[in-house]
Design a protein around this ligand. Structure first.
Ligand code: NAG
Ligand code: NAG
Ligand code: NAG
Ligand code: NAG
Ligand code: NAG
Ligand code: NAG
Length: 257
């Protein structure tokens, strides 16, 4: 019968279509996986490349060794469980150059302070040091059970106290504060109600490292803009002065931007 032959042919055609469809889906999945894999690898390599490029601007350091010490701090750790001490080996691998009388700290004056230190060689912020400049503006984290570096989906600053990024900045800031000697300068913002905030990194970490007689003076540069609301008489600056180690001199200068 014709209709029986037709049905068999129809069945075969359907089966062929099904097989083709399955092959197409498999191909699509494979292509997607390759594209995704390349993108992810590229993103990771971009991070490593940027790290190396920025590091190599500083002469006389072993950047591969610094990268290895950097990675061991956070890889294979939970994203919110990186203690500041994890970065101790990194700090030891890339010591600061001598900066006596030339360290500049800042709080809430990020843009102005870097324009200022870039324009002259007298003062250096932590972002002008090797570690600070290499990692400035970057995002990274690890994952428990993985040896990879991730550069997206990492915890935001406020999300956890012991993120890879936050612990790094806390550790490098402490090292920079420890390193300060002679005259130390801090640039504060006169346009905000409380230029010296006890919760800032400067107040809670860096300033606590200033010890007399290694540190002689703390010179506050209070940046005054048109809309400034405070001056050197502000109460928060008195708190700063009172919080200094005994023997360290305090001076405040109101400086127009
Ligand atoms: C730092 O300044 C002090 C004076 O405050 C001076 O005695 C000392 O030699 C200076 N150190 C350097 C390295 O310039
Ligand atoms: C001070 O803080 C204000 C408000 O956040 C900001 O607009 C201004 O740029 C800051 N000043 C400096 C010198 O960074
Ligand atoms: C990390 O993973 C290990 C086993 O894979 C587990 O025992 C440990 O509790 C995990 N740590 C955290 C902080 O999640
Ligand atoms: C250190 O700071 C004090 C107080 O501002 C100043 O009198 C002195 O000249 C400064 N010394 C150096 C070397 O910058
Ligand atoms: C400093 O600011 C206070 C108000 O915060 C004001 O009373 C005082 O006159 C100002 N002093 C100077 C020297 O501008
Ligand atoms: C000055 O400092 C005090 C105490 O830290 C703060 O409460 C006050 O609002 C500040 N600003 C001005 C403009 O008085």
């Amino acid at each position: 019968m014709e209709s029986g032959e037709d049905r068999r042919q129809e069945k075969r055609r359907k089966r062929r279509c099904l097989i083709l469809a399955v092959i197409a889906v498999i191909l699509l999945v494979v292509i997607l996986a390759i594209v995704l894999g390349v993108t992810l690898r590229k993103r990771k390599d971009d991070f490593n490349t940027k790290f190396m490029e920025r590091c190599q601007k500083f002469k006389g350091y072993n950047c591969q060794k610094i990268w290895d010490a950097f990675q061991q701090a956070y890889v294979n750790r939970d994203r919110c469980d990186v203690p500041t001490e994890a970065y101790d080996p990194l700090i030891a691998t890339a010591p600061f150059e001598s900066l006596c009388n030339r360290t500049m700290f800042w709080s809430k004056t990020k843009n102005v302070v870097h324009d200022f230190t870039r324009g002259n060689d007298c003062f250096k912020t932590v972002e002008d040091t090797l570690l600070g400049s290499v990692l400035n503006g970057l995002e990274w984290c690890g994952k428990n059970g993985s040896s990879e570096t991730f550069t997206t989906g990492c915890p935001k600053w406020e999300e956890c106290e012991k993120s890879a990024v936050r612990s790094f900045w806390n550790r490098v800031s402490a090292a920079f504060g420890d390193f300060a000697c002679g005259n130390v300068t801090v640039m504060l913002n006169g346009s905000i109600d409380t230029p010296f905030s006890p919760t800032s990194i400067f107040a809670s970490i860096e300033m606590k490292k200033f010890k007399s007689p290694k540190v002689k003076n703390l010179n506050v540069v209070l940046v005054i803009q048109k809309n400034s609301v405070t001056n050197c008489t502000n109460e928060s600056l008195k708190n700063l002065m009172m919080g200094l180690d005994k023997g360290i001199g305090y001076h405040c200068f109101e400086v127009p931007e």
